[in-house]
Design a protein around this ligand. Structure first.
Ligand code: FEO
Length: 171
């Protein structure tokens, strides 16, 4: 059995990850409506990754004999005035998720929960990549998205992103 505080934090994280999936689906929806199918694809794939993150926490709890308590997923209440605002929001959100993961990690250290700490290592590294991807997108938009030709090419590039299963798997 896990410490109750750790189990509760992991359970909450399932909801946060599903909310992330919802938020990125909303962004995909936003870009689709603007005719930017490549951006829409990029965020659609991102939503799939977030669903995987949620399922990893879900499975980890079950594997440790903890009953999962699924919570309602909040509506992604975001209005984007422009593409750049949506991209910035994605980065802000990833930084927030990083803080959540770090908070759970800190609790595992405090409570000597070596097993959960080991499990979280993958997420700590993943958050570095997630933030980097979000920052990269902002920089590409700044550098190339300023005119229609550049935006078209960037959209084409983002249309190539493919979903891949996470490198971490739990039976
Ligand atoms: Fe599950 Fe994008 O962090």
């Amino acid at each position: 059995m896990l410490n109750k505080k750790i189990a509760d934090l992991l359970n909450d994280q399932i909801n946060k990850e599903f909310y992330s999936a919802y938020l990125y689906l909303e962004m995909s929806n936003y870009f689709e409506a603007k005719g930017l199918d490549g951006f829409a694809n990029w965020f659609y794939v991102q939503a799939q990754e977030e669903r995987d993150h949620a399922m990893l926490f879900y499975r980890y709890l079950q594997n440790n004999d903890e009953k999962v308590c699924l919570q309602a997923i909040a509506k992604p209440d975001k209005e984007f005035k422009c593409c750049m605002e949506a991209l910035q929001e994605a980065l802000n959100h990833e930084e927030y998720v990083t803080s959540l993961i770090h908070n759970i990690y800190a609790e595992t250290e405090h409570l000597n929960d070596f097993r959960t700490r080991e499990f979280l290592h993958w997420f700590v590294a993943e958050q570095c990549e997630e933030e980097d991807n979000a920052r990269d997108l902002i920089n590409k938009m700044k550098n190339f998205g300023g005119d229609n030709g550049g935006l078209y090419l960037l959209d084409q590039e983002l249309s190539q992103r493919k979903y891949e299963s996470p490198s971490l798997t739990l039976d």
